[in-house]
Design a protein around this ligand. Structure first.
Ligand code: ZN
Length: 262
């Protein structure tokens, strides 16, 4: 098995060897796109939201100066931070002046773990792991913390936590952490969220064990198919909705207008 470190954690090779939360999400959303990404023949275009998230994470890890040096695209030609990253500084300030949040952000940062679960070996990077407090914390930058997101399958509005699959991610991280360190119970699991609003909002979000167990059961149900596709033993299905599918789409049949929102 490939030994993981900070420089190869996000590499193609690491993704080919290991399963991860984001790779699992890729497979569930669009198998065709997931496979193209794994062979390196297709990449998600760089996103400003992702860079902003990394900026705030770098601060939490204590490596913001290094991050700025490695990402010159944060700066204008005059050497000033672009407005959105100046705003990221405001988000950081919001977190930094909250004693409860700063307490929760204490611990080991960006800890890489690997563990076997649901028929695969997974990799995960824990934003914060606090052994003494028996907790893991994930930092999320979001548009707004109390925004409503329509869930097509449930037919109701859900929070960003559900909409972006963060319950699944946290359940998975708690389980992988439990297996990796060999304890019998989950560590306490929290999301520290900070919004991009001006002024930024913030919240510490908790979740219940019952829902976490449901999320894990769902992963276990879906993993046989994911592994079949990943190993090349099943043909990947196209979702016909994502960016990759739109870029490579060929129309082969007529769609009834009633099916457009299905
Ligand atoms: Zn697709």
């Amino acid at each position: 098995m490939l030994e993981l470190n900070n420089s190869n954690y996000f590499s193609l090779e690491a993704d080919q060897h290991y399963m991860s939360n984001s790779q699992y999400k890729d497979f569930v959303e669009c198998e065709a796109r997931a496979m193209e990404k794994l062979t390196g023949s297709w990449k998600e275009p760089p996103s400003e939201a992702l860079l902003l998230g990394s900026y705030v994470h770098a601060w939490a890890e204590g490596t913001l100066d290094e991050f700025k040096t490695n990402n010159p695209e944060l700066f204008t030609k005059k050497g000033e931070l672009y407005a959105q990253y100046k705003h990221a500084d405001k988000m950081i300030e919001t977190l930094a002046k909250d004693p409860f949040i700063m307490f929760l952000l204490q611990g080991e940062k960006e800890k890489i773990i690997t563990a076997e679960f649901a028929g695969a070996v997974w990799k995960a990077k824990l934003d914060v792991r606090n052994e003494e407090g028996e907790r893991i914390v994930d930092l999320k930058t979001v548009r707004d913390i109390r925004g409503k997101h329509w869930d097509k399958e449930l037919g109701c509005y859900v929070s960003f936590v559900e909409a972006y699959g963060y319950l699944r991610q946290m359940a998975l991280y708690a389980e992988l952490e439990r297996i990796y360190y060999g304890h019998s119970h989950f560590y306490e699991t929290y999301i520290v969220a900070v919004s991009k609003e001006d002024p930024p909002d913030k919240e510490v979000i908790g979740m219940d064990q019952h829902r976490m167990e449901e999320e894990l059961a769902e992963i276990e149900r879906r993993m046989p198919r994911v592994l079949e596709v990943k190993s090349g033993n099943a043909e990947p299905k196209r979702c016909e909705n994502c960016r990759y599918c739109r870029e490579t789409k060929k129309v082969t049949k007529v769609v009834h207008y009633m099916d457009l929102l299905a």
